[in-house]
Design a protein around this ligand. Structure first.
Ligand SMILES: [Fe+2]
Ligand SMILES: [Fe+2]
Length: 461
């Protein structure tokens, strides 16, 4: 049995980096707080030293003043030396420095562990001495922080200072360490999140992508990689099985459809062949060839196309027009094959081939045969109403009957028959033109004559 790591377990895994992220944020806040605290402590330390120095200086001066020695320069020097000595005792690092400036900004005392002070230092002068209180500024080419105060008896501005870089060194160290920890922790959190989220998101993305591809392309051959055996993996496997089944059904359906199309094609071919043979029966007895039928069918379908009929309608008239004289099977040979002119009775009998053909076909089920029934009945009607059997006129004559009427006459005129020679195409065309709006539909005559070259090419006349 395969081990299943469910989506729930994977979701819980996401909690790990999220907890780490929370801890990280807390760490950042705590670190910022510590940094501020450290700065505060350091600042207070410097302020404390300044306060100590100030108190010491005044107490020394008070002693001299109480003894009435304040006006004596040598005692003032003693006080100054004592203040310098005390200042030195306050220093803890080489970066610290205590300065005393006179009222002109000249450095009158400079105390430091690495720089005990000298004439060169005393020659320095600050144009803009630091104001009493906390300051952060450049002093004698160094960035310094410190606390300044006034020692009025000497008219001094004193300052307890430290180099800014040294004063904030611990703070900077904390910052650097913090940035390093932050970077590493962030990298770990992002990596864990992307890996764990990938466990869940990647299979979902793959599944939806495959579903999209299948629905857009209708190509059932695509499959999803089942990946991990979790719920999504099972879903992907189910989806693949569904595609397998759909593809098999589709293939079966396709094979059936192809077989049906082939069967239908064979049936249509057979029907066409049957219709042609039926048509031949009538023409055979009339001592004509099958070529008449195929020429009539071809010309009818081309005219139908010129009239804007659909492909299906063109095929319909192509097949059904071949049965236009099917009724002649009931006309006696004596009339049908009579070499001379028919008597009135004989001609009346001959006219019956239209209604006989119609009666033969009218009850058929086939669309082609029903259409052929209309054509058989109306292909001898005339536009002016002088035709037979019903004397229909104009648009009352079905259009398929009018089409077969003009095409049948044209082909009969240009063919040899047992009672006449073949006319030339020009003679036949003249005849058709002269019977426009009499025998033939004027619109069909116009189309027939305007496109005569194309029609003649189609039947090789
Ligand atoms: Fe006919
Ligand atoms: Fe005919």
């Amino acid at each position: 049995m395969r081990m299943r790591i469910g989506l729930r377990a994977k979701a819980y895994l996401l909690i790990v980096p999220l907890v780490m992220a929370v801890v990280l944020v807390s760490g950042v806040l705590a670190s910022l707080e510590a940094r501020a605290g450290l700065t505060d402590v350091a600042t207070r330390l410097l302020a404390y030293k300044a306060e100590q120095l100030r108190d010491y200086a005044y107490s020394e001066w008070d002693v001299i003043e109480e003894l009435g020695l304040a006006g004596l320069p040598e005692y003032r020097d003693v006080v100054e030396a004592s203040i310098g000595s005390y200042a030195t005792s306050l220093l803890r690092s080489e970066s610290e420095q205590i300065l005393a400036l006179d009222s002109d900004g000249r450095v009158v005392m400079s105390v430091g562990l690495s720089q005990p002070g000298g004439d060169d230092i005393h020659a320095e002068r600050l144009v803009d001495p630091p104001a009493p209180g906390w300051f952060e500024r450049e002093i004698l080419d160094d960035d310094r922080v410190g606390v300044a105060f006034d020692f009025e008896p000497f008219e001094w501005r004193m300052a307890v200072t430290d180099l800014e870089s040294s004063f904030f060194a611990e703070v900077y160290d904390i910052g650097r360490t913090h940035v390093a920890i932050l970077a590493v922790a962030l990298a770990v959190v992002i990596t864990m999140l992307s890996v764990f989220v990938g466990y869940i998101i990647r299979p979902v993305e793959q599944l939806t992508l495959t579903i999209d591809t299948v629905s857009v392309s209708n190509d059932l051959s695509h499959r999803v990689d089942p990946g991990y055996p979790d719920e999504l993996g099972l879903l992907a496997a189910d989806f693949n099985r569904m595609l397998d089944s759909l593809e098999a059904s589709y293939r079966q359906l396709q094979e059936k459809t192809e077989a049906e199309v082939e069967a239908r094609r064979i049936a249509v071919d057979r029907e066409e062949e049957t219709l042609f043979l039926l048509g031949r029966v009538s023409e055979f007895r009339d001592m004509e060839t099958g070529e008449h039928l195929s020429r009539v069918a071809t010309l009818c379908s081309i005219l139908a196309e010129m009239l804007g009929w659909s492909r299906r309608e063109q095929t319909l008239i192509y097949r059904s027009s071949q049965l236009h004289d099917i009724g002649k099977i009931a006309i006696p040979d004596a009339i049908l094959q009579k070499p001379g002119t028919l008597t009135e009775d004989e001609f009346n009998h001959m006219k019956l081939h239209t209604t006989i053909g119609h009666n033969l076909l009218k009850d058929a089920k086939s669309e082609h045969l029903l259409h052929a029934a209309d054509i058989a009945l109306t292909h001898h009607e005339r536009w002016d109403g002088t035709g037979y059997p019903s004397g229909l006129a104009g648009d009352d004559i079905p259009l398929s009957g009018r089409i077969v009427g003009i095409v049948d006459v044209f082909d009969a005129l240009t063919s040899d028959r047992h009672y006449k020679r073949a006319w030339s195409t020009d003679e036949a065309l003249d005849h058709i033109g002269s019977h426009k709006s009499k025998h033939f539909d004027p619109k069909l005559v116009d189309i027939f004559t305007a496109n005569f070259d194309e029609l003649r090419t189609a039947i090789r006349r």
